[in-house]
Design a protein. Structure first.
Length: 403
């Protein structure tokens, strides 16, 4: 995809006439390269779509002024060690007024150190881990459901279908995945489900043969785990190839991408906790409807919107709404508007914790569980949980012939 951002020195020193005055600069890093590049691209496209839409409408209205939005971004290469340096540059050299998060908890956590150090608001759609929200940060706000609730729906649905299920929890050794599965393990035990395997693997793993053998040997019939796109998709394919014959599979992140359909039979029946799906339909108080967002996104990028793009776009919508409510771009006034926010967008309800021990943590948005099923002869995702949001019945168990 052709980059829509001006990078490095070009960003710092070149301004087009359209941005000569009354401009809000928003800085962030994205993973143009490295193992997080697939998921990061979706988030980045969501950012871009919001920016282009706002600017086409004349900018963000602040009192009797309108501010155009300019982005400054750098490639973090999916490496946490680069993030603090780059976010420092965004604040001190590029003079960013506001910050968006990078993709993944592992990259977002070091970025928040810089945003707080310099007193800059950061809206987070890429990092679901709770720890940065437990350190007294005042300017960090999360629009997505936090990691400890990612697999809550999967555990609830599995308990309803098979209270005697034996679980294998196998996940990437990264902050996000570990936080999700630690919470899932507690929830599974509370639900009376039996955990027969619980271990992590290196994020760089490409051969899951030995891992799949251990899963089979554990006599598990249900699987929860994964991490990000590359490892999750590879794990799903190799479990299928080695005929692990799971009755249930919930994999983080990877099955939420349309590319997952390329796995063919290995994708069928796999479930994924999702921040948002095309079938979810909330009546927004601010911003577009799901149908409007999906249609415009498809026309712009020639790709279906997924939850990474939706959450990336929502970051912009939330910041825009806070600025307009504050009637100012002053950091403390915008932060106060964010603290008071309780709105519903097409992405769902958005409200932030305001207590000192969890400040900025998302407390209202709810996830859904999606499953890959055959739809008119083609693989596609259906919402299967919770019951009030489902677009199709849950396929359980996964047919053995597909494994």
């Amino acid at each position: 995809m052709k980059r829509l951002f001006l990078l490095a020195a070009a960003v710092a020193f070149v301004a087009t006439p359209a941005f000569a005055q009354d401009t809000i600069t928003i800085g962030f890093t994205d993973s143009q390269t490295g193992p997080l590049n697939v998921d990061s691209l979706g988030q980045q496209r969501g950012y871009e779509y919001w920016r282009d839409e706002v600017n086409a409408a004349g900018g963000i209205k602040v009192g009797d002024k309108r501010y155009k939005v300019k982005f400054v971004s750098y490639d973090d290469q999916s490496v946490g060690g680069r993030v603090q340096q780059l976010y420092t540059r965004l604040v001190t050299q590029d003079k960013a007024d506001f910050l968006f998060s990078p993709y993944s908890s592992g990259l977002t956590a070091p970025a928040t150190v810089i945003s707080e150090q310099y007193g800059k608001i950061m809206i987070d759609s890429g990092g679901a881990e709770e720890k940065p929200f437990e350190t007294g940060n005042k300017y960090l706000f999360m629009v997505i459901t936090s990691a400890s609730h990612y697999l809550s729906g999967a555990v609830d649905a599995l308990k309803q279908k098979d209270p005697n299920a034996k679980l294998a929890l196998v996940y990437s050794d990264d902050p996000f995945s570990k936080a999700v599965l630690a919470a899932a393990a507690q929830q599974a035990k509370a639900a009376g489900l039996q955990i027969v395997m619980n271990e992590s693997y290196s994020p760089s793993t490409t051969d899951f043969g030995p891992v799949v053998n251990k899963i089979v040997s554990s006599n598990a019939d249900a699987f929860l785990g994964g991490g990000h796109y590359s490892d999750g998709a590879t794990l799903a394919r190799q479990m299928h190839d080695q005929r692990a014959n799971m009755k249930w599979m919930s994999i983080l992140v990877a099955p939420s991408d349309d590319k997952f359909a390329e796995l063919g039979p290995a994708a069928l029946g796999v479930t994924v906790p999702s921040q948002w799906e095309l079938q979810v339909n909330y009546k927004p108080q601010f911003g577009p409807t799901t149908a409007q967002f999906a249609k415009a996104f498809q026309e712009k990028f020639h790709a279906k919107a997924d939850y990474h793009t939706a959450s990336g776009y929502t970051v912009g919508v939330v910041l825009q709404h806070a600025i307009e409510q504050a009637g100012s771009i002053d950091t403390d006034k915008v932060a106060a508007a964010l603290n008071a926010m309780d709105i519903t967008t097409f992405f769902g309800r958005i409200k932030f914790a305001t207590d000192a021990n969890h400040h900025g943590l998302q407390v209202a948005h709810q996830m859904v569980l999606a499953q890959w099923q055959m739809i008119n002869g083609k693989l596609g995702r259906q919402v299967v949980w919770p019951p009030e949001a489902k677009s199709a019945d849950l396929l359980y168990p996964i047919p053995a012939a597909t494994q």
